[in-house]
Design a protein around this ligand. Structure first.
Ligand code: ADP
Ligand code: MG
Length: 628
């Protein structure tokens, strides 16, 4: 007859180890969480052979008394949780009290620990979870734990380990994650004797991001938004700094690193029409939401997360990131040196705070809000605001006048641009927010390079505008803003376009959608369609090419969402209708383009994510000529 037996402590720990301790990186994650919980401000991780033979974590946290050090290795030994109720309100990282027991059961451990209150520390040695040596020891305040020969007694598990390089890489990723989660702690990682990561621990997320992601990310866009009890903070990359994979996307929910398709989707939605297909934004985003709106306790060692309201989370991230991207005003600078790839060790100092962009003009929308605010503003401010408004008005007027007489000069550039007084604008639902709006700085179109790039001078900056990209974006925005069908031109003679069988079928099947875009298409047979009407902006010479591209978009987009397919089609129409690089364009046409680019902040990238305008400062040029 079978007898029910209770599992021995050791077997129970081994089972737990299977859950918590998957590989060196999971050990590191647990140990780092313990160090942070212990209040450490400096944590050093050192590994050899990917962490399999040697893994040491040293912290300057609170340390443990001798008795506590012994109990720490017992299963369900924790100083962080006493009752089931605590679970709901738990704020520390670890909470099951089994990490140390589990790790100890599959390795050999040396522990050195000392509290500030005691004169000497404690040294423990454990083999497979059993304490074999204990002594008093002289050591600094804090805890050092060394894990040797991980999985030495579980050969089956050992077989699942990948190469040292792969395991070491996962350890590095685990340290990076903690470094981003805790910018207030200085983390250092040594891999086979070489320092590969070091964060300053100043508490500034930007500094941690810089050290972890590399200097390519020094100019990320700050995100800060509040949404109905939800808070989103962090940094996202500019659309032009997109990466070929999602490996630079890090999310935290209530300080815990999480993996979530929902968060990825919300982030990427904010970049729609601004980023090239196959490229991904980078981010470090921290979402703080009420504790009862999230269930992070799905699995102790995993990073899954369940949200009460997925819609609220999606909106918070989507709109928060979108707002940050829209606020960002500076344009990419001309690079004289090739871009460097991100490196792990950061020897450079943290970047200086972002400079107030010199390039800042008002969009029509802002001007409306602005002049409305002027009406309501209290008296003294009203005067200041009115002065700015008048300056803006004068500028616009003179621009128009000048453009008729001398098409390339907008206004003489004053020796010193007039500084504009700050204007208070009260927004209906938020508290008073300060909004400074410098008067637009005069600019002039200097000329064109290679029939492709328009040169504009403004104060101490020069801009090169890609005329095709700019025109494409302007047309795209115009087409997109059109709620009804796009206005089209009837062709005197229909244009036949021969396509692949698939392509022709797609165009015919989507005739309705194409009609909204200004195309009228008929079936002609033999894989040929007839274009009877095309969008107004599209030249008939480009119509056949446009139809082919639309067919390709439709074929590719069959499985995608309808609105993203529509956007893709709009890109194509805009691209085909836009003036091309290399084409001769007349000056008036170019001037009209420049006017829009200089006035509208939303025109930063073409619909495929390429920059429209790059800047070259006088200072950069002077540096090239060794004048500084
Ligand atoms: P948990 O973190 O869930 O409490 P662990 O097994 O990870 O469980 O740790 C057990 C206990 O050991 C902790 O509650 C804490 O009191 C103590 N401890 C572990 N690591 C450290 C450390 N680096 N510094 C101080 N105390 C620690
Ligand atoms: Mg723990």
């Amino acid at each position: 007859m079978p007898k029910i037996i209770q599992l021995s402590q050791h077997v129970a720990n081994l089972i737990a180890a299977g859950e918590v301790v998957e590989r060196p990186a999971s050990v590191v994650k647990e140990l780092l969480e313990n160090a942070v919980d212990a209040g450490a401000t400096k944590v050093t991780v050192e590994i050899r052979d990917g962490g399999m033979t040697f893994l040491r974590v040293t912290d300057n946290g609170c340390g443990m008394e001798a008795a506590d050090a012994r109990t720490a290795f017992l299963r369900h030994a924790t100083s962080k949780l006493r009752t089931a109720e605590d679970l709901a309100a738990i704020s520390t990282m670890g909470f099951r009290g089994e990490a140390l027991a589990a790790i100890a059961s599959v390795s050999r451990i040396d522990l050195l620990t000392k509290t500030a209150a005691s004169l000497s520390g404690t040294s423990l040695h454990l083999e497979a979870g059993v304490i074999t040596e204990e002594s008093e020891a002289g050591c600094p305040d804090g805890t050092t734990i060394i894990i040797r020969d991980l999985f030495f007694n579980t050969p089956a598990r050992m077989k699942f380990m990948k190469s040292d390089t792969v395991e070491g890489g996962k350890v590095a990723a685990a340290v990076q994650m903690q470094a981003l989660a805790h910018p207030e702690v200085a983390f250092t990682l040594l891999r086979d004797g070489k320092q590969v990561l070091s964060t300053p621990g100043t508490g500034e997320l930007q500094a941690a991001v810089y050290c972890v992601y590399g200097r390519d990310f020094a100019k990320m866009v700050p995100v800060e938004s509040r949404w109905d009890g939800y808070t989103l903070t962090g940094y996202v990359s500019k659309p032009t700094d997109a990466r070929p994979s999602r490996s630079f996307q890090t999310f935290f929910v209530n300080d815990r690193p999480v993996k979530s398709k929902l968060l990825v989707a919300a982030l990427e939605e904010a970049y729609r029409n601004q980023i090239m297909t196959g490229k991904f934004p980078a981010c470090v985003l921290r979402l703080t939401i009420p504790a009862n709106a999230v269930d992070v306790n799905v699995h102790p060692a995993k990073t899954e997360v369940k949200f009460l309201s997925e819609k609220a989370v999606f909106d918070c991230v989507h709109y928060g990131v979108l707002a940050a991207l829209n606020k960002q005003t500076d344009r990419p600078q001309i690079q004289f040196r090739p871009n460097t790839t991100p490196t792990q060790p950061a020897k450079e100092p943290a970047p200086a705070p972002k400079q107030q962009s010199f390039f800042r003009t008002m969009s029509a929308e802002e001007y409306k809000t602005f002049s409305a605010a002027v009406k309501d503003a209290p008296q003294p401010k009203k005067e200041a605001a009115a002065a700015v408004a008048a300056a803006v008005e004068r500028q616009l007027q003179s621009s128009l006048r000048e453009s008729v007489m001398t098409p390339t000069v907008f206004a003489p550039i004053p020796a010193k641009p007039v500084p504009a007084p700050p204007v208070q604008v009260s927004e209906p639902e938020t508290e008073q927010e300060e909004l400074t709006m410098p008067a637009p700085i005069p600019w002039r179109m200097v000329g064109q390079l290679y029939n492709s790039y328009i040169i504009v001078e403004q104060g101490e900056d020069a801009y090169l505008i890609d005329k095709h990209a700019a025109h494409e974006r302007i047309l795209f925005e115009k087409l997109k803003a059109n709620q009804e069908a796009i206005s089209s031109q009837m062709l005197l003679a229909p244009i036949p376009v021969r396509l692949s069988a698939d392509g022709a079928a797609q165009l015919i099947a989507n005739a309705d959608l194409l009609e909204e875009l200004g195309f009228e298409i008929d079936e002609f047979g033999d894989n040929t369609v007839l274009l009877r009407q095309i969008p107004m902006d599209l030249s008939p010479d480009m119509a056949a090419e446009a139809a082919e591209s639309l067919a390709a978009d439709l074929l590719r987009g069959r499985r995608e969402r309808k609105d993203s397919v529509r956007d893709e089609l709009l890109h194509t129409v805009a691209c085909k209708a836009a003036i091309k690089a290399g084409w001769l364009s007349d000056e008036k046409e170019l001037l009209a383009l420049v006017k829009q680019v200089m006035a509208r902040e939303d025109l930063k990238y073409c619909p495929h994510g390429r920059p429209i305008c790059v800047s070259l400062s006088k200072q950069q040029l002077e540096k090239q000529f060794k004048r500084t």
